[in-house]
Design a binder for this molecule. Structure first.
Ligand SMILES: [Zn+2]
Length: 65
């Protein structure tokens, strides 16, 4: 399955796409894929716990069969 995650917090929308077997795997892959972007564009996220960041991804990602 393909999962897409769009980050548009304070900038032009940037879309990240990953392939994963299930939601848990997708969350992990998106967290990995967005690491550099978050580090560069969202320094405030450094104070968010990993669990909270994972929840944010889970709530926002979109699954495409
Ligand atoms: Zn962003």
């Amino acid at each position: 399955m393909t999962y897409t995650f769009t980050c548009d917090q304070g900038h032009e929308p940037q879309v990240f796409t990953v392939d994963a077997e299930n939601d848990d795997e997708a969350v992990e892959k998106i967290a990995e894929a967005t690491k550099t972007h978050v580090g560069e564009s969202h320094p405030e996220m450094a104070s968010v716990s990993p669990e909270e960041a994972m929840n944010m991804i889970r709530n926002k990602m979109v699954k495409a069969e």
